[in-house]
Write a protein that binds this ligand. Structure first.
Ligand SMILES: *Cc1c(COP(=O)(O)O)cnc(C)c1O
Length: 371
């Protein structure tokens, strides 16, 4: 039975409708408080989020990009330094490195997981390397132990980009709590999303915590006393109040994403397309459900004609972006990241996706490969 209803990639209106009452109350609370930056809500959300992850400190900031930049700044990374990450991450991972004055360097990813390949780190370090930024891409935890071992042996810092992995865990510990710092984005599409921009750095280190609090607030220690230059990157009270409401539902949303993922897995068994799977040790949170096929463009067009919205995360590896042409990294420098960029496709998998909508997707995919 053909249907013309289109399937969106994400639909925030469904989420807002469900939460409207609690959100209105939270927003009302902030309006009545008369305090809009660095107040009670922000502090409470930091405490709630640190507790959720099981770590000592959480420091709110304006975005995930800033969270990574602030982390590197707090560790003293700056001009002349190099920071290693992966070429297939969201571009802002590199933006954050560049913001500090440091230069991004890249290490290729593993074919199966599309996550940082620790065995290639040796070839990526130089005398200028100061830190490694593994990315828990698509909500899948990176195999952290080999990376942490490598970093410790060489005196390098590890800053986790957990912007797509709120609530994911690795060997029983939440991602973001494994390195020196863990960075989160609350951009609306993330597993925990604000109604605007917001971010968070988490750390178990008291000194880093204090440093981060200064750096996000123009280096201020006490009123009118500035210890360092810093930047302005604070989470506002409205976003914090909204995120406090939404944090309570994060685990449920993650379960829904994972369930949608396993339904896709089942439906695609036997088809010539490969889902990107988390490493067995990890517990992913299915931020994105990504499949891989050499006929990506054709499949994407076929689904589009059927009203099914898909996206590509991400079509151009960072070293091939004009913004980083200055690094002079040629085509072929990172073969796994480059090959996957032309084969990956993200399917709708937001928690409110209805089963009937998902059926439309799986049937259309099956139809495409049947022809
Ligand atoms: C979203 C995202 C960022 C940036 O977060 P913003 O809040 O948009 O600045 C960084 N890294 C990854 C992997 C992301 O998905």
């Amino acid at each position: 039975m053909p249907t013309n209803k289109s399937v969106p990639f994400v639909d925030f209106k469904r989420q807002v409708a469900r939460l409207r009452k609690e959100i209105d109350q939270a927003v009302g609370r902030v309006l009545e408080s008369g305090r809009f930056v660095l107040g009670e809500e922000g502090w409470s959300f930091e405490v709630d989020y640190a507790r959720y992850l099981g770590i000592a400190h959480a420091v709110g900031c304006a975005s995930g990009t800033d969270a990574i930049a602030l982390s590197l700044m707090a560790l003293g990374v700056g001009p002349g330094d190099e920071v290693i990450t992966v070429p297939n991450t969201a571009l802002p991972t590199a933006t954050a490195i560049s913001m500090t004055g440091a230069t991004p360097a890249f290490v290729d990813v593993e074919e199966e997981t599309l996550l940082m390949d620790a065995s290639r780190l040796e070839g990526a370090v130089s005398s200028k390397t100061r830190a490694i930024v593994p990315v828990h891409l698509y909500g899948n935890p990176v195999d952290m132990d080999p990376i942490l071992d490598f970093a410790h042996a060489r005196g390098l810092y590890v800053v986790e980009d957990a912007c797509q992995a709120h609530g994911a865990s690795y060997k029983g510990k939440k991602v973001g709590t494994l390195g020196d710092m863990g960075c989160f984005s609350f951009y609306p599409t993330k597993n925990l999303g604000a109604f605007g921009d917001a971010g968070m750095v988490v750390t178990r280190n008291d000194v880093y915590d204090g440093k981060l609090r200064q750096l996000r607030n123009y280096g201020q220690s006490d009123r009118y006393h500035h210890e360092c230059t810093g930047i302005n990157s604070r989470m506002d009270e409205l976003q914090a109040a909204i995120l406090r409401v939404k944090l309570k539902i994060l685990d449920t949303w993650n379960e829904q994403r994972i369930q949608i993922g396993s339904r896709y897995d089942e439906a695609f068994a036997g088809l010539p397309l490969k889902p990107i799977r988390p490493i067995p040790k990890g517990e992913g949170v299915c931020h994105l459900y990504v499949v891989r096929t050499e006929r990506r463009e054709q499949l994407r067009r076929f689904l589009e004609e059927k009203g099914i919205c898909t996206l590509i995360h991400y079509p151009i590896p960072i070293h091939r972006q004009n913004a980083y042409a200055g690094l002079n990294l040629p085509q072929g420098a990172f073969p796994e990241a480059e090959r996957s960029a032309s084969e990956i496709l993200s399917l709708p998998g937001f928690p409110e996706l209805e089963e009937s909508e998902q059926k439309q997707v799986t049937q259309a995919v099956a139809e495409y490969f049947d022809r």
